[in-house]
Design a protein around this ligand. Structure first.
Ligand code: FRU
Length: 493
């Protein structure tokens, strides 16, 4: 039997008005607070770099249509990771090919000599995909190139001697992510090579040397490996290396998803004893995510909030796809094993313009802006949080005690017919073992991001109701020990 559980308090935090947030009509699916391109197609986040007070966000972009096409790098900047200003396209396709995914760094010591010590260059490292060669049947159509900027990312110049890494004869050879390896004062690149990651090193970003491979016998191999990242996180004063890699298809709930490995890196090779396949997000809409360069020990992750299973067909009109809310990554140890946790960046709090705390006894709540719900629920309870509109279309999220699973059910979420692969219920076994579940939801117009147990189980899903979801209902099974300790809502206008 289900019964409404009284919640102890609700605090409403009304946030500052948001530049891209106006809902013009019911059919406008543009989110309140998530980054979307002004127009055209977008997929992976690229070249995430923080430099001189600005976060730069580049993205896989086809500006002339809303389906995937010849790739450009779109560009946006922000000083708080939330208010983005879209800038002119940074990189256009050229005779070497489309501009596929990659990364960006600030070459502070001017190792590349493409700038000066006083004005170090920003360097973008990306794959060039030569579609003409591909069509001719060549297998060496993906190569790595670089471009540099001497004006803080406003204009970009392709390096004259591109490509800097030539294809050794493999069809999938892409998505370079470059980091600075301080102890040996050299650059390290991780590259996705079909069913594994290759690691390269360089002293100057121009000449690269192959060092090692990782992953042929590790993790999931149900699809092609793409968009790797390599970074450290500190856990109890210990630096631990993490390698993330996206895979398509083969995600835990079908299609595209991102797995990770916790291990060590010695400047040449990455090793991991991890036995289980672990996922950064168990939902269907967090793909190709990578972290920012230039943020020191803080690792900020952004993913593409879609899935190759249906990305080209979602029912938006002038633009297609959004990014996840930026997330802080951290490590947690459960039963002596490391897990990656993702949590929304604390900058979200800065958007609060009005804060209310009211004791309340109802579990029904009206949604009219992006909302954060923070709940604490006894883990011996089944509970649901349902978002609904006047047409009774709904998204149901929650937890089943018996299966020990979190889930998001979007089978009744409105428009699901644009692709046979869209309608789904995603489930994930709970990782944490505490008796209390901390369940945080970030709800936007067309997405929900769940951060359960402080980000140990994350589920990101998009949806397209015919009218906005305006009603939110929290329910839990009637059992003596069940308590929803707090319910907070934060709103952005
Ligand atoms: C991942 C991906 C990358 C590639 C890019 C092309 O979504 O397939 O491997 O570089 O998209 O747009």
């Amino acid at each position: 039997m289900k019964k409404m559980i009284p919640c102890f308090f609700l605090s409403c935090c009304i946030m500052k008005s948001f530049s891209q947030s106006v809902q013009k009509n019911e059919n406008d699916y543009r989110p309140y607070i998530h980054f979307t391109p002004k127009s055209g197609w977008m997929n992976d986040p690229n070249g995430l770099v923080f430099y001189k007070g600005n976060y730069h966000l580049f993205f896989q972009h086809y500006p002339y249509g809303t389906q995937w096409g010849p790739m450009h790098w779109g560009h946006a900047i922000s000083n708080d990771l939330l208010h983005w200003k879209e800038l002119p396209i940074a990189l256009y396709p050229d005779s070497l090919g489309y501009i596929f995914s990659g990364s960006a760094v600030c070459d502070i010591a001017n190792t590349s000599e493409l700038g000066t010590k006083n004005n170090p260059p920003l360097i973008a490292i990306f794959t060039q995909h030569n579609e003409t060669e591909n069509k001719k049947g060549s297998i060496t159509f993906q190569n790595q190139s670089i471009a540099f900027s001497l004006d803080e990312g406003q204009t970009w110049h392709k390096y004259k001697k591109n490509p800097v890494i030539k294809n050794p004869g493999i069809t999938d050879f892409r998505d370079p992510k470059v980091i600075w390896y301080e102890s040996e004062k050299k650059w390290i690149m991780v590259l996705a090579v079909k069913d594994h990651v290759s690691i390269y090193s360089s002293k100057n970003l121009l000449q690269w040397q192959w060092e090692s491979d990782f992953g042929k016998n590790e993790g999931s191999h149900a699809g092609v490996w793409e968009c790797p990242d390599l970074f450290t996180l500190t856990h109890n004063d210990k630096k631990v290396w993490v390698l993330t890699v996206s895979i398509n298809p083969g995600g835990p709930n079908k299609g595209s998803a991102t797995q990770y490995f916790v291990g060590s890196f010695n400047g040449k090779s990455f090793t991991s004893n991890q036995q289980k396949t672990k996922w950064i997000d168990y939902g269907r809409d967090n793909y190709a995510g990578v972290t920012f360069s230039g943020t020191g020990d803080r690792k900020i992750f952004v993913g593409w909030m879609s899935n190759w299973d249906y990305a080209n067909f979602v029912p938006t009109k002038e633009w297609r796809s959004a990014f996840t809310i930026p997330r802080n990554l951290s490590l947690k140890k459960i039963a002596n094993e490391y897990y990656l946790a993702s949590n929304p960046i604390e900058e979200l709090d800065k958007l609060i313009i009005k804060k209310e705390s009211t004791a309340f006894t109802s579990t029904a709540y009206t949604l009219n802006a992006a909302t954060i719900l923070d709940l604490y629920v006894n883990s011996k309870s089944n509970f649901t949080i349902q978002l609904e509109n006047e047409l009774h279309e709904k998204i149901i999220t929650g937890f089943t005690f018996k299966q020990n699973e979190f889930y998001v059910d979007r089978t009744k979420a409105g428009n699901t017919t644009f692709s046979d692969n869209f309608s789904s219920k995603s489930v994930t076994k709970r990782i944490a073992e505490d008796s209390l579940i901390h369940y945080k939801l970030l709800i936007d117009k067309t997405s929900v991001e769940i951060f359960a147990d402080d980000g140990l189980n994350t589920i990101t899903e998009i949806f397209f109701p015919h009218l906005p979801f305006t009603n939110c209902k929290v329910e839990a099974d009637m059992k003596g020990e069940i308590t929803i300790k707090t319910l907070k809502a934060c709103m952005y206008n």
